[in-house]
Design a protein around this ligand. Sequence first.
Ligand SMILES: [Fe+2]
Length: 367
Amino acid sequence: MKTDAIGRRTMLAGVIGAAAMSSLPLGARDPQFKVPVVDSLTLTVLTDSGTFGPFLPDQDLPGLKVLRAGNGNPPGYTRMSSKALMGEFGLSLLADSLAGDAARRILVDFGYTAEVLANNMAMLGIDPSSIDASVLSHGHLDHYGGFPALAGHFARKGRPLPLYVGGEEAFCERVAMIGNPPPVMGILDRAGLTKAGYDIRIAPEPRIVADQAFTTGIIPLLTSERTAIPTRMRPGTGCDRQRLRSDKRDLAEVTDDGEHELATCYAIKGLGLVVIASCSHRGVLNSVRRAQAISGISKVHMVIGGFHLVRPRTEEEARQTVTAFKVMDPDYIVPMHCTGEIFIEEALRQMPLKIVRPYVGTRFVMG
Ligand SMILES: [Fe+2]
């Protein structure tokens, strides 16, 4: 990795250009918070549900190259290896950005299992010790479960890896409302994270990550999207109840409202915002609105992640989100993970040129 360029942070939102800036009635914007602007961004799918053989062509689209694993990507990838990229119900993305001569690499979420994350990173030639920072979008097992895959890689280099989390709630035990009795999802192991070499940083407000990305902090509910989260959390089990919101801390169990959930975002020079929505339990549109409000940038280049337009959300809500996306008019939408087939079918019907399907190992190169 290349080193810091002094003054890189002075590349501010204004570089995007006045045309993309607008006064947005989307929630308070802190004038002190200036988002960084990068020259380029490559997102690599490390964990998602789907894998695909070497039969999909790469694509060269306006402002976006889509490189499929196995088409000579990445260099050194062994074709017809006895090992294979693995899919699972979880999400993990690697983000490589460049601003001037400063390169940064961050990991967004860890997928469901360490086995899959470690396997896929090894096959894609990604050295865990090259990662500069990490973000956990929320405290669900399918996003944090793989964190042990990176254990020890940072401590060996004598530096803990920053891990941004949106709130103490991430550490509360979760119960999944998907059976009777509802199965316990488990607890994000705070001590295990520290032992593995992560430096936990709780950030309920927008935060710049590794100089080049930013997180949204708490996502306000500003659109028709509601919180519809298929889990409940247990204050005091795994998390410190005194650090929770006062109306939650004394309850034994409370329905999740996604208060701690984060989106991770970039502003790319000349292209606009990239919003990594992870699981969108507070709504993918709300996540994008939050990124726009924080940055003052209205132009959206890509929205990528799980949009959770499956139960407890309805098919009608999935269709409403497609309609709203048409109005928002991002350049590209990459539906992953928990998005659901109804949204994908409807979005492909209404906006076929905007939808790009991801598979494990796919790289999205922008700028
Ligand atoms: Fe998820």
